[in-house]
Write a protein that binds this ligand. Structure first.
Ligand code: DC
Length: 214
């Protein structure tokens, strides 16, 4: 069974999806990690990330595997390398390249085939798994997402800068020519603005169990 989750950056998708996976015994798959991994691996080789065809070649040369929920590239755990400022700065542009998106989507489908998985990203409910048994769209106001992020990482920045960053990422995510963030018509819409992680998790778990009971 696939539980597909989409929503904007900073909405709490990853934390909630991880918590859901623990409580449901499903495997957690973060599709953003694939775009991050290919970006990181290309940078590692000292190559130019604005050469998107080059990033695709790098992606085709490497084998990504999910081991205990962590990304391994050719057998090496690179999970800790994926959320650096260097990767953050360019991953949105890299992820907007349609041929790379097709490549990532093939990997995601192969990994999830026949498994119980919670998969999160931007186009998971609309493009990658439009037939997922359960589709969810998490949302929260940009001000709230910025405030949460600023509280977690206040070092060297201001709330206003973080908010501007959140708005800029939303703009890129929503306006990509291929794989843009949008809500699937049949997705369960959950506004997380005023809910705790536990409350969100309970909502989704109820939906999973209702489906399992048939
Ligand atoms: O969720 P994240 O910040 O780790 O995602 C990294 C980047 O990849 C971000 O720019 C959004 C993009 N992304 C995407 O285009 N499609 C997905 N399914 C997941 C992430």
């Amino acid at each position: 069974m696939i539980v597909a989750i989409d929503g904007p950056a900073g909405v709490g998708k990853s934390s909630i999806a991880r918590m859901l996976a623990e409580r449901s015994a499903f495997t957690y798959l973060n599709s953003g990690s694939f775009y991050r991994a290919y970006t990181y691996l290309h940078q590692q080789k000292g190559r130019d990330v604005t050469d998107l065809a080059g990033v695709l070649s790098t992606a085709k040369e490497v084998s990504l595997r999910l081991v205990d929920g962590r990304i391994h590239a050719d057998g090496i755990d690179i999970e800790e390398k994926l959320r650096t400022r260097e990767v953050d700065a360019v991953v949105a542009q890299v992820s907007a390249y349609p041929p790379l998106r097709s490549h990532v989507n093939e990997q995601l489908k192969a990994i999830a085939r026949g498994e119980d998985m919670i998969v999160e990203g931007r186009d998971i409910t609309t493009v990658v798994f439009p037939d997922a048994e359960l589709k969810i769209y998490f949302d929260a106001k940009p001000e709230i997402r910025a405030e949460r992020r600023f509280r977690q990482h206040p070092e060297g920045t201001t709330y206003e800068e973080v908010l501007a960053g959140v708005r800029a990422r939303d703009e890129i995510d929503r306006n990509k020519a291929v794989g843009a963030l949008k809500q699937a018509e049949d997705a369960l819409y959950v506004d997380t603005s005023y809910l705790t992680m536990d409350e969100v998790c309970e909502k989704v778990l109820s939906a999973i169990f209702a489906l399992k009971m048939g």
